[in-house]
Ligand binder design. Structure first.
Ligand code: TYD
Ligand code: MG
Length: 469
């Protein structure tokens, strides 16, 4: 490529191309490629190649020390990060616009500042007065957080070097920052990457914990935070949907801690409130005794979490029946449907299927297979499931239900919330003489038979398969 040839950069993943094209070959997104002036990564003119410096190599054994941590004062936040902010590290907080990232971070900064550490909040999106107004609304007006509305990375770093070294710097958001070091316009991938690089270098050198806020946008107009994901030490994703008050904080990447813990918050009129017992929250609007609803005893990280799964199976008027799933993996749903058809004689080809995880939660465990299958069969048969029971187990392609990890913890949580029965595969763990009575489900056919029998008892014969009609 000629030295000053324009380069075309995907605003979603950062891949570089020599010419414009509609689809990014690297990440598969459409209309995300934009021209960004001269190539950003080219050599700096006037600087000749430097002779390398010899450095010492170290053995693997030697002195180590734990990453120095500062608890944030928000326990749910600390649970996800693995114990608090790590000094000299950079954390990316990603999420949809309006989900509550700024609210959470001003709360965390205020909590840290109250313990005597210097915390700084730089907003590139809102004026100081707006941030102040929000803090007042959250009852944090007196917290000694230092504010500024700035977007120049060089100015920010110069300011941070003055006075007592800051312990926490929140940059809200990385997409509004710009650095003199690169030529592209603010908001482009090159600028986002350049600004992040400068801030990461500053964090390592100064020992401050830096949090970068990154908006996730579907359209390619603003550079997605994905380009900084591999540069930072941890990526937290803040999730939730507009219809619910619940917000889930999840670690996507964490160099200093676990990646499977979640933090649960509730958005209230006075900011984000921590939810200490999420199971109670996710079951609070439960539809007791209606067909198609089931309680799944899940695990998120080390924490058991009971959630309601709802299914609706209805005759279709379409040539290709609809399969719609919210909060669970669509391919797992297809698998469970196929196993029900192939091994249990449950015919779903003429039905639309909707599956929904209540409360806006997203389940990733295969242990939800059995609960999903129970909800589907229950809806199809019009037979409600026992309201005092929880379900868990992984379904294999043969229809066998496989044991899952941490059965004891799942049942303990269920017992705590007043459940008395578990439908589960054979429990192999020791010490599971829990308060729940267990109905062992070794195969999905057992489950179908059980639901059909209970439906028959309740309201006469139930037809699951269509072959007899
Ligand atoms: P915000 O933190 O600005 O979101 P983000 O920084 O991720 O874009 O939160 C915005 C939403 O949160 C807004 O729709 C209003 C709501 N909200 C509350 O419900 N209660 C509150 O106390 C605050 C501050 C915000
Ligand atoms: Mg914001």
């Amino acid at each position: 490529m000629a030295k000053n040839a324009p380069s075309f950069i995907c605003q979603n993943c950062g891949a570089t191309f020599g010419r414009w094209q509609g689809k990014c070959e690297s990440c598969g997104e459409w209309n995300t490629i934009a021209e960004e002036g001269a190539a950003a990564d080219r050599a700096i003119p006037g600087r000749s190649a430097r002779k390398g410096r010899v450095f010492a190599l170290e053995p693997l054994t030697g002195e180590t020390h734990e990453a120095p941590r500062m608890p944030s004062g928000v326990p749910e936040f600390d649970r996800v990060t693995g114990g608090g902010f790590v000094r000299g590290s950079v954390l990316l907080m990603a999420g949809d616009p309006g989900i509550g990232k700024s609210t959470l971070l001003i709360q965390a900064a205020a909590a840290l500042a109250k313990t005597g550490h210097r915390a700084i909040y730089i907003s590139g999106e809102e004026a100081v007065a707006q941030v102040r107004l929000r803090a007042e609304r959250l009852g944090l007006g007196t917290a000694p957080v230092e504010l500024a509305a700035e977007t120049s990375v060089e100015d920010i770093i110069a300011t941070m070097r003055e006075g007592k070294p800051p312990r926490l710097i929140v940059i809200d958001s990385i997409q509004t920052m710009w650095t003199d070091a690169v030529e592209s316009a603010p908001g482009t991938v090159t600028q986002v990457r350049g600004s992040a690089q400068a801030l990461i270098r500053f964090a390592k050198r100064s020992g401050a914990a830096v949090i970068l806020v990154g908006h996730v946008t579907k359209d390619g107009q603003i550079a997605g935070p994905r380009v900084v994901e591999h540069m930072v030490d941890a990526v937290l994703s803040f999730e939730g949907d507009g219809a619910h008050q619940f917000r889930i904080l999840r670690a996507v990447k964490n160099r200093f801690g676990p990646t499977d813990e979640i933090g649960v918050f509730e958005m209230t009129g006075a900011g984000l409130r921590e939810v200490a017992n999420p199971s109670e929250l996710f079951l609070s609007e439960r539809d007791l005794g209606s067909p198609g609803t089931v309680v799944f005893a899940g695990i998120e990280g080390t924490r058991p979490l009971l959630v309601e799964i709802q299914a609706l199976v209805a005759p279709t008027s379409l040539g290709t029946p609809r399969r719609s799933v919210v909060g669970w993996d669509a391919s797992r749903l297809s698998m469970v449907l196929a196993v029900l058809e192939a091994h249990c004689g449950v015919k779903l080809g003429g039905h639309d299927v909707y599956l929904n995880v209540a409360g806006g939660l997203r389940i990733q465990e295969p242990a939800a297979d059995l609960a999903a299958a129970a909800a589907l069969v229950s809806s199809l048969a019009g037979a409600s499931l026992p309201p005092e029971a929880v379900y868990f187990g992984e379904v294999s392609l043969s229809g066998a239900v496989r044991p899952v990890a941490q059965s004891a913890a799942r049942m303990k949580e269920a017992a705590k919330l007043g459940f008395t029965r578990a439908y589960a595969p054979e429990v192999r763990e020791n010490g599971t003489d829990s308060a729940l009575s267990i109905t062992t489900i070794g195969n999905l056919t057992d489950l179908v038979a059980d639901i059909a029998a209970s439906g028959k008892r309740a309201r006469g014969p139930v037809r699951l398969a269509r072959q007899d009609g």
